[in-house]
Design a protein around this ligand. Structure first.
Ligand code: T4K
Length: 371
């Protein structure tokens, strides 16, 4: 039994003095938002950290996604995954586009690239896969399909900050990628997000999308919203960036311990990264095959709560089962997504969790499953 409640995650925050030093100049400049100096510094630092040429900050990851869909002027259908957070589909729908759901792979939970082509119609304008949990999609195959059919590819890389594939930043694949810097992510700006993008011509449209469509003081070119990151968020980002590598190293040690202690338990399976990936250890999902484990995912979830261990069912229910989407869109079979959503449980993972807590959580999991 945990002494204190253990949550699925806790934000990484810098020493208070460091943050105060970072925001102190704002009392002098009185420049609090609307693309200030700290915003400019963070944008620059993140381009380097993420290994991307072009990046635009947003107030959160969701509005970064809506912003890039608006800037690209997409229409019609977008092929995407049902195994994700609400934001991915909501952004598509809120931009007036139609989501078309593709099944996922058993191995890593990302979109099944072998099933994409069958879903393409004359209305399809883009593919929007998700690097779920920071697991890399098959970007090469998806790129080939997109080129064959003249489609845009926008990755939801909300979970994938700092991930590299064959030495390249994950945000450099496809036409664009969005990142989330929410408090629950490996790198946070309290709330925050960004879009990295390939085509330099998109830069003005992205600025306008986050700033009311304003081109200059007297010219407003389209109905943009307000999605600007403020200076206090940027300051948190600049501080957290200094501690990012340390956070990842701590998480790596915790994940290694989880994997060692949970391997070989009948009915408990873990997802796998594809080869060539430098991971960011954003989440630690496990899958429970009820028949073999003798206990189902929901029972494990509840029993862990009784031990004060608050896991999450990321991502259950599937998006297609949300009240707002049920029976709304053409139903393609999604057997793998359905199965994984019913089996998945995301265990606590954050830098300060501590190896002793990982040990205690694994002990509780084994006790519940092996009783
Ligand atoms: N695309 C994908 C694939 C995403 O997963 C997300 C967001 C987005 C797009 C959109 O990005 P943003 O617009 O959010 O930047 C959380 C996050 O709010 C959300 O950002 C994230 N995905 C999603 C997977 O998880 P909830 O509703 O599960 O969060 P909540 O409030 O239950 O927090 C989880 C745990 O974290 C708490 O039990 C305790 C801890 N916590 C949380 C907060 C907010 C803290 O310790 N401190 C805190 O300040 O959605």
């Amino acid at each position: 039994m945990a002494q204190q409640d253990i949550f699925v995650t806790r934000p990484c925050i810098p020493p208070l003095e460091e943050y105060i030093d970072q925001i102190r100049p704002l009392w002098e400049s009185k420049w609090l938002t609307n693309m200030g100096d700290l915003h400019r510094q963070l944008e620059q630092a993140l381009r380097q950290k993420l290994g991307v040429d072009r990046l635009s900050l947003f107030v959160n990851g969701h509005l970064a996604l809506e912003g890039i869909l608006q800037a690209m002027e997409l229409s019609g259908e977008v092929i995407t995954t049902p195994f994700t957070f609400a934001s991915t589909t909501h952004a598509i729908v809120r931009r007036g586009l139609t989501p078309v759901f593709c099944d996922i792979k058993e191995t890593d939970g990302t979109i099944d690239e072998r099933k994409i082509e069958a879903l393409i119609t004359e209305k399809t304008s883009a593919i929007l896969p998700v690097h779920v949990y920071g697991n890399c999609c098959n970007v090469e195959a998806i790129g080939q399909i997109a080129r064959r059919h003249g489609l845009k590819v926008i990755y939801d890389a909300a979970h994938a900050f700092g991930v590299k594939l064959n030495g390249k930043g994950i945000g450099s694949f496809g036409d664009a990628s969005i990142f989330s810097f929410h408090a629950t992510k490996v790198f946070n700006t309290i709330e925050g997000g960004a879009v990295s993008f390939r085509d330099p011509a998109l830069a003005p449209a992205l600025c306008e999308a986050k700033n009311f469509g304003i081109l200059d003081e007297e010219t407003v070119v389209f109905a943009g919203g307000n999605a600007k990151m403020n200076e206090f968020q940027a300051a948190m980002g600049l501080c957290n960036l200094r501690h990012f590598d340390e956070e990842i190293a701590k998480r790596q040690a915790l994940v290694t311990a989880y994997c060692q202690q949970l391997s070989g338990i009948p009915g408990l399976r873990m997802l796998r990264q594809r080869p060539g990936v430098r991971p960011n250890y954003a989440y630690f999902p496990i899958l429970i095959e009820a028949e073999e484990a003798g206990t189902d995912r929901n029972t494990l979830y509840q029993a862990l709560r009784d031990y004060h261990i608050f896991t999450r069912k990321y991502f259950y229910p599937l998006i297609t089962d949300f009240d707002c989407y049920k029976d709304q869109y053409a139903q393609t079979p999604l057997p793998v997504a359905k199965k994984i959503a019913s089996q998945v449980l995301t265990l606590p993972l954050y830098g300060d969790l501590g190896l002793e807590n990982v040990e205690m959580i694994c002990h509780a999991v084994k006790k519940i499953l092996c009783k």
